[in-house]
Design a protein around this ligand. Structure first.
Ligand code: COA
Length: 378
């Protein structure tokens, strides 16, 4: 009988963010374009249904005041703006072609790898962390893994708007446990596909984008990186943001009930319930990590609503935050679900100095929330 080999010593790692990547679809829809299309739909609907309660117009002023959103990028502009269609039309691709979600995820991932000076073959795992997957299986992550030429493993995870931060903690835990040294967290968010563009209350909120975060062991990371000081996740069940689309209702009937197979929310309740929950979570986690919240150099908050971010930042920093302390990207990107806080981090972190501490924070459906405290190194 062969003697069993001693198991190799498990070397625990120290997780850092080596780099991030961003893919932005070239087309963008302004509030003016969106409202013109929505109101044309309202006119047609009301003319065709004279007996029914008339639908109300949307307005540019309301959208900007209620959300802070001025425009959003989309993958399929013309059909979304066509009052007879009002949803993206992305042509189905053959099984031997790269899927559209994988394509934009790969674009963001390549940028992260390039910025880290990392070769794909040196990555151990790919997590595709997004609020919706375009198919059930094979996992989007495995397709992204193959397209990049990565060995190891990949899987999909969905925690709605908090998918990216949940992905970062998962990747960080692999590194802490010594199970991986380099993990890509990719968040392709084609939110235009699950937005109800005919719903006045929410037709303006979402946009499309893809982000990537390369989480690595400090031992192999580039000299300039972001040390992950601590991660914390929280979920509390709520029906206030919900999407009932799923494999058990593929034959969803037209008409009644159809709208709940797309994004629906009680926006006011979300606002009121999520702001205190997230602010408290950030303060508790800062205390646990021994960080004075008022010393945080920058907050990269989830990008759903400018008013929510203003309130959360105020509670955390103890004063009204300016754009430098809590940058906004939702004005031009809209709510990009899990990608929002990562876009903010990607676009507004180069100017920080070594030793500066900041917070990436997401929140959304579930409810779910995630915090990632980081310190710039190198
Ligand atoms: N154009 C013009 N008026 C509109 C409108 C539109 N598109 N949509 C709603 N309104 C009107 C309503 O009819 C209502 O009018 P009333 O007071 O006379 O009845 C008024 O505006 C307020 O509507 P409400 O839906 O309560 O708006 P709000 O001020 O709460 O803003 C959200 C809506 C969605 C922007 C806001 O609640 C929000 O961002 N919440 C958080 C959302 C969030 O983070 N979701 C997470 C998703 S991942």
């Amino acid at each position: 009988m062969q003697e069993s080999q001693p198991s190799p010593a498990i070397r625990t790692g120290r997780p850092v963010i080596s780099a991030t990547g961003l893919y932005t679809p070239p087309d963008s829809i302004t509030n003016e374009e969106l409202v013109a299309s929505f109101n044309a739909f309202v006119d047609r609907h009301n003319a065709a249904n004279p007996e029914a309660e008339p639908l109300a117009y949307s307005s540019v002023e309301f959208i900007e005041k209620a959300s802070g959103i001025k425009a959003r990028h989309v993958m399929s502009k013309a059909p979304i703006l066509d009052p007879d269609i009002m949803c993206p039309r992305l042509p189905e691709r053959a099984n031997d072609e790269l899927s559209v979600m994988a394509e934009i995820g790969v674009a963001a991932a390549r940028q992260a790898l390039e910025r880290a000076g990392r070769e794909a073959k040196d990555v151990d795992a790919v997590l595709c962390a997004a609020s919706n997957m375009q198919r059930a299986y094979p996992a989007m992550a495995i397709e992204i893994q193959q397209a990049l030429g990565i060995e190891g493993f990949g899987f999909d995870m969905n925690v709605a708007c908090s998918s990216a931060t949940f992905g970062i903690q998962t990747a960080a835990d692999y590194i802490r446990a010594g199970n991986a040294k380099s993990v890509l967290v990719v968040s392709p968010e084609i939110t235009s596909g699950h937005l109800n563009w005919r719903d006045r209350d929410s037709h303006f909120i979402f946009g499309d984008v893809a982000t990537a975060v390369l989480v690595e062991d400090a031992a192999i990371a580039p000299a300039q990186h972001w040390e992950i000081l601590g991660t914390k996740l929280k979920t509390v069940f709520s029906n206030n943001i919900r999407n009932n689309f799923g494999f058990l209702n593929r034959a969803a009937p037209e008409g009644e009930g159809k709208a709940d197979k797309l994004f629906v929310q009680e926006g006011r309740k979300v606002f009121k319930e999520v702001v205190p929950m997230v602010a408290q979570m950030i303060l508790d986690e800062a205390a646990r990590l021994g960080i004075d919240p008022e010393s945080l150099r920058r907050l990269w908050l989830h990008q759903a609503n400018a008013g929510m971010n203003r309130l959360i930042a105020h509670k955390v920093l103890g004063h009204e935050a300016n754009e430098d302390e809590s940058p906004t990207v939702l004005d031009t990107y809209g709510n990009t679900s899990s990608a929002g806080s990562i876009i903010a981090f990607h676009q507004h972190s180069d100017d920080l100095a070594a030793g500066d501490t900041g917070l990436i924070c997401s929140f959304g459906a579930g409810y779910s929330a995630g915090t990632v405290f980081v310190r710039k190194m190198g």
